[in-house]
Design a protein around this ligand. Structure first.
Ligand SMILES: [Zn+2]
Length: 297
């Protein structure tokens, strides 16, 4: 028990508080808190506070030296306080979330863990940094969230920079993500290639379905169907690498021998078709299941 006083921060400066939690920073920060609030949030603290205190001196405020830094404690304790005292703290980064989660696990704060679990899949995290979210979700066994994050990783190139959170998971867990990506790419690509090989007129009345090559007498024109076919094969290649409906738009209409008139017809239809095809790609990917254990079928 150390009596040296650190800085204090609002709302953890209440003189009526009955314990000080001292941060691990070089210049420590003191959090004057109420045992009751900590006990309600944490069986760990509830048990700790029932232990007999060695120097029961009412004039000295007991101090607990914490392993957590002040930023982490401010977030963790803020989440333990009612909104009538302070607004719930906003976790700005995944690092914040990770640090608070680590502490919440240590102190058996189930309510806070559940809260962090819902924060993890907020679009600002799962859409912007899905690999990091995947690793955190796997680390804590949150399978639904891990699957959702894995799906979001498909929107990014496979070759991503190293992120800290990968240290949280095993090689096997990362390998299964890569395997999932590969399966998604193959199934999406095959689906697009299969569509491309379908007979004309079986697809739904697009201009290329009715194409019998250019009938306008322009010898150089191979007609909308050839143009579309090349485009489809380009799409199949793209979604193999990055299996995602939006990637359909990345394929360019190739420089095939097509007359301006046929090209205009294709252009009229292709925007609508991209939406349809993107939907089909997404539907195929949804069928692929991310595995979590080697023996999972
Ligand atoms: Zn033509």
């Amino acid at each position: 028990m150390i009596t040296m006083q650190g800085k204090t921060v609002t709302p953890f400066d209440n003189p009526a508080a009955d314990i000080i939690l001292r941060s691990s920073d070089k210049i420590p920060v003191d959090f004057r808190v109420f045992k009751l609030l900590l006990s309600l949030a944490s069986p760990f603290f509830a048990a700790a506070f029932t232990l007999p205190q060695p120097e029961a001196d009412d004039t000295i405020m007991p101090v607990m030296e914490m392993e957590e830094d002040a930023d982490t404690l401010a977030l963790l304790l803020g989440l333990c306080y009612p909104v009538s005292v302070c607004a719930p703290p906003r976790l700005r980064t995944l690092r914040d979330l990770r640090m608070v989660m680590k502490a919440a696990v240590k102190f058996e704060m189930d309510g806070i863990q559940q809260h962090l679990r819902t924060l993890l899949v907020e679009p600002r995290f799962i859409e912007q940094q899905p690999l990091r979210v995947y690793a955190i979700a796997c680390r804590y066994g949150w399978i639904k969230e891990a699957r959702e994050a894995a799906r979001n990783t498909l929107r990014y190139p496979a070759d991503t920079p190293l992120v800290d959170e990968l240290e949280l998971i095993s090689g096997g867990t990362y390998h299964r993500l890569l395997q999932y990506r590969k399966e998604c790419g193959e199934t999406a690509s095959s689906a697009v290639a299969a569509l491309a090989m379908q007979r004309p007129a079986s697809l739904g009345g697009w201009v290329w379905d009715e194409c019998t090559a250019c009938v306008a007498g322009k010898k150089v024109c191979v007609g909308p169907r050839s143009c579309w076919l090349e485009w489809m094969l380009a799409v199949a290649d793209i979604v193999r690498e990055r299996p995602c409906g939006d990637m359909v738009r990345k394929a360019h209409l190739k420089d095939v021998k097509i007359c301006a008139e046929c090209m205009r017809d294709v252009m009229e239809h292709i925007e609508d078709y991209m939406v349809v095809l993107g939907g089909k790609v997404e539907k195929q990917i949804a069928k692929v299941k991310l595995r979590f254990w080697l023996d999972e079928s």
